[in-house]
Design a binder for this molecule. Structure first.
Ligand code: UDP
Ligand code: MG
Length: 315
């Protein structure tokens, strides 16, 4: 088999109902290019039988390559593993639930052929998502855009095409809590966006509960911005500044015998406010220290129970 020109990476967590349709549509789109391709299905510790469904697809079609995780590591790590195993000259990351239509890959490829090295798909419209998800997502992308030095394009997910050159650089960035959208903006190169309609989920329900979304947002912010750390400094200056203004006022009031600022309430408010600011600052520090600690431990990003080579042997 000739080396693939295109690698399609799909992180999969309990997506058994989507898999056959995903394979069918990816195959149809990619076959129309006339080039060799591979479909890397990364099983992120599924418990619904997706693992076996992936094996079945791989047995039918040798272009399908299974990467089976030993447990759930999360979507970003699954995509990273896909990048590690990919061999194509252009590599595409796409969701399993068909919210990112596989046909759009052809548009990404067209831009790549024009010479762009990162082609990211921009969600011009979203179908079938709650207003809460749409609203929080829009807000989040704009906040992160404001507070990071690297400009991460707004309303883009992980659905994107990357040139081999870019993938090779990404593969040297072994961050324990990867945020691929940020990392692929950070590397530079020639980048361009392609707008698309984000469809509703083909079947099943979201595998990104609020807790995981929050984690992703935290990783994005701590991975690409020091703004929260600086916030503690700003708040410190603010309260120190206020106290400098208030000290002479209180002294003067005292000398002139005014009864202003007497009572416990004002003291209590000041103490609670400062206590809150300090605890929040500690928590923010903790987030960054946790990141450093994760890096220092140097554990592998993921563990594999079965890779494409193991699968070939066992077939
Ligand atoms: N996913 C994963 N590991 C996880 C959670 C999700 O590999 O722990 C995969 C999931 O199977 C899907 C993609 O990540 O292919 C995006 O997840 P989902 O569609 O549930 O997220 P949403 O579109 O609702 O944000
Ligand atoms: Mg989805």
């Amino acid at each position: 088999m000739s080396a693939p020109v295109f690698s399609i990476i799909v992180p999969i967590y309990n997506e058994i109902v989507c898999l056959p349709e995903l394979y069918r549509r990816v195959k149809e789109a990619l076959d129309s290019t006339g080039e060799a391709w591979e479909l890397i299905l990364v099983d992120d510790g599924s418990q619904d039988g997706s693992t076996e469904a992936i094996r079945v697809l791989a047995r039918q079609d040798e272009r399908v390559k299974p990467v089976i995780f030993a447990r759930n590591f999360g979507h970003q790590v699954a995509a990273t593993a896909g990048l590690d195993y990919s061999q194509g000259k252009a590599v595409v990351i796409i969701d399993a639930d068909l919210q990112d239509p596989p046909e759009v890959i052809l548009e990404l490829i067209a831009k790549w052929r024009e010479g762009f090295q990162v082609v990211y798909a921009v969600r011009a419209e979203r179908e079938g998502e709650t207003w809460f998800k749409t609203f929080t997502a829009k807000l989040f992308y704009r906040i992160i855009y404001q507070i990071t030095d690297v400009k991460i394009p707004v309303d883009t997910g992980d659905f994107r095409l990357m040139d081999r050159k870019v993938v090779d650089v990404l593969n040297t960035m072994r961050e324990r809590r990867p945020y691929l959208r940020g990392m692929s903006a950070w590397v530079g190169f020639r980048q361009v966006g392609v707008p698309y309609r984000r469809a509703a989920r083909f079947a099943g329900e979201t595998k990104y509960p609020f807790r995981k979304m929050l984690r992703l947002a935290m990783n994005a912010i701590t991975g690409f911005s020091y703004f929260p750390l600086q916030l503690a400094t700003y708040l410190g200056f603010l309260s120190a500044g206020l106290s400098i203004i208030f000290i002479p006022i209180v002294v003067i009031l005292r000398i002139t015998g005014s009864e202003e600022f007497v009572g416990q309430a004002s003291t209590l408010i000041a103490v609670l406010f400062l206590g809150g600011v300090q605890l929040i600052s500690l928590g923010i520090l903790g987030e960054y220290i946790g990141r450093v600690y994760d890096e220092v431990k140097g554990r592998p990003l993921y563990t594999i129970s079965e890779g494409p080579e193991d699968f070939k042997k066992s077939k």
